[in-house]
Design a protein around this ligand. Structure first.
Ligand SMILES: NC(=O)c1ccc[n+]([C@@H]2O[C@H](COP(=O)([O-])OP(=O)(O)OC[C@H]3O[C@@H](n4cnc5c(N)ncnc54)[C@H](O)[C@@H]3O)[C@@H](O)[C@H]2O)c1
Length: 336
C-alpha cells in the first residue's frame, strides 16, 4: 500500500511514522508548503520523496492512499482533489470547516466508491473502547449524563477555535459511546487571545432519551486534563486519559428515592459500594487508527469514523458556533 502524506507540521510526522512501520505499507511521498518541514521529513524518514505541490500526491499514479494532515481550512480542497483522482483518503479531524463541505465530500466518496476516513482518533483509544464495550452491555445502566474536560496551556491555533479543535474530540466520544447524535447544543465561551477565535468553550449537548453531555474545552488553562465522567443509574465511571496505569474507575455508587408514606414523603438512599479498576491494555490510538484505514482499504469496508461520522460532528460544531454567537441559546443540530 503506497501512501502519500500531505502536511508535515506537528501531527503529520505521527502518520508518517505509523504508516512507514505498518506491514505492507510504504510512505512514498510527503508534501508541505514549508521547505523547512520538507527537510525535517527527509531527516525523519530517510529517502522519502518530498514535494511542495499537493497534486504530486493527490494525482500521483504511484500512490494508493492519501493522508491529509494540514489545517482544517485546507481539508475540503485537498480531500476533493484526492477523491476525484480515485484515491482512498484519511483526513484529519474535523473533516472540513462547514457541514456543507462535509456533505459534498461524503457524497463524492460514495459516488467514487472510495474510503473516506476521518481522524477521530479517540474511537481507537483503549480507554474509550473499553468504556464502549461496557456501556453497550449495560454495565452502567441507563446513562444520565457525561461530563468531559479537555484543557491545557496551548497549542493555540489561529485557523480554528478551541471548539472545532478540541470539542470535536469530545463530541466524537459522546456520539460513539451513546451511538447517537445530539439534537440541540448550547455553547458559551470566550475569545481572549485572538479576535473571533475562541480559546475556551463550554458545550452542553442534548441527546435523545434525556441524556445530557457537557464538554469544557480550552487551550488557555493551567492544567492538562483529559477526563470523562459518565453517570448511569446502575454505576458511574471516570476515565482519566492522562493515567496510563489505571485510566478507568467504575464506582458502584448511586441514589434511589425511597417512598415511605402515602403523603408523597420520600428520602434518598445513597449506595456507596466498591470501586473497580479494570485492566485496560494500552496501545497507541493512532497506530490502531492508521492500521484500520489500511484494513478498510484492503477489505473495501467503511471504518467507524467514516465520512458520515465526521459530517455529523461538524453539524454539531456549526450549531455550537451559532449558539456561541447567541450567547448560549440552545440551537438545533441539523439532521443529515
Ligand atoms: N487527532 C489528533 O489528536 C490531532 C492532533 C493534532 C492535530 N490534529 C489535526 O491535524 C491537522 C494538522 O494539525 P497540525 O497540528 O499538524 O498543524 P500544523 O499547523 O502544525 O501543521 C500543518 C502543516 O501543513 C502544512 N500545510 C498547510 N497547508 C498546506 C497545503 N495546502 N498543502 C501542503 N501543506 C500544507 C503547513 O506548512 C504545516 O507544516 C489538523 O486538522 C488538526 O486538527 C489532530
Amino acid at each position: 500500500m503506497r501512501v502519500g502524506v500531505i502536511g508535515f507540521g506537528q501531527w503529520g510526522p505521527n502518520h508518517v511514522r505509523n504508516f512507514s512501520q505498518l506491514d505492507g505499507c510504504e510512505v512514498v511521498r510527503v508534501c508541505d508548503f514549508s521547505d523547512a518541514r520538507l527537510a525535517a521529513a527527509q531527516k525523519f524518514l530517510k529517502g522519502v520523496a518530498v514535494t511542495r505541490d499537493p497534486a504530486d500526491i493527490t494525482r500521483a499514479t504511484d500512490i494508493d492512499a492519501v493522508v491529509v494532515a494540514t489545517p482544517t481550512g485546507t481539508h475540503h480542497a485537498l480531500v476533493k482533489a484526492a477523491l476525484e483522482a480515485g484515491k482512498d483518503v484519511l483526513c484529519e479531524k474535523p473533516l472540513a470547516p462547514t457541514a456543507a463541505e462535509c456533505a459534498e465530500l461524503a457524497a463524492l466518496a460514495a459516488a467514487k466508491g472510495r474510503i473516506l476516513m476521518v481522524g477521530h482518533v479517540f474511537l481507537y483509544n483503549s480507554g474509550v473502547l473499553h468504556l464502549k464495550t461496557d456501556l453497550d452491555r449495560g454495565e452502567l445502566g441507563r446513562i444520565y449524563y457525561m461530563d468531559a474536560v479537555r484543557t491545557n496551556l496551548g497549542p493555540v491555533r489561529s485557523d480554528v477555535g478551541a471548539i472545532h479543535d478540541l470539542a470535536s474530540h469530545d463530541i466524537s466520544i459522546f456520539n460513539f459511546l451513546l451511538n447517537a447524535q445530539p439534537l440541540e447544543v448550547s455553547a458559551t465561551g470566550n475569545c481572549v487571545l485572538q479576535k473571533n477565535v475562541e480559546d475556551v468553550g463550554f458545550l452542553t449537548l442534548y441527546y435523545p432519551g434525556n441524556v445530557v453531555c457537557h464538554a469544557h474545552t480550552s487551550w488557555l488553562n493551567p492544567r492538562k486534563v483529559r477526563a470523562l465522567t459518565i453517570v448511569g443509574d446502575h454505576k458511574m465511571a471516570v476515565w482519566d486519559d492522562m493515567n496510563n496505569l489505571e485510566p478507568i474507575r467504575y464506582y458502584d455508587k448511586g441514589v434511589t428515592a425511597d417512598h415511605y408514606s402515602s403523603f408523597g414523603e420520600f428520602h434518598m438512599i445513597l449506595r456507596d459500594g466498591q470501586i473497580t479498576i479494570p485492566k485496560v491494555k494500552l496501545a497507541e490510538p493512532l497506530t490502531r487508527q492508521d492500521n484500520e484505514f489500511i484494513a478498510c482499504i484492503r477489505a473495501r469496508r467503511q471504518p467507524a469514523a467514516n465520512a458520515e461520522f465526521g459530517h455529523a460532528i461538524v453539524r454539531v460544531l456549526e450549531a455550537a458556533h451559532e449558539s456561541l454567537r447567541q450567547h448560549g441559546r440552545a440551537v438545533k443540530v441539523a439532521s443529515a
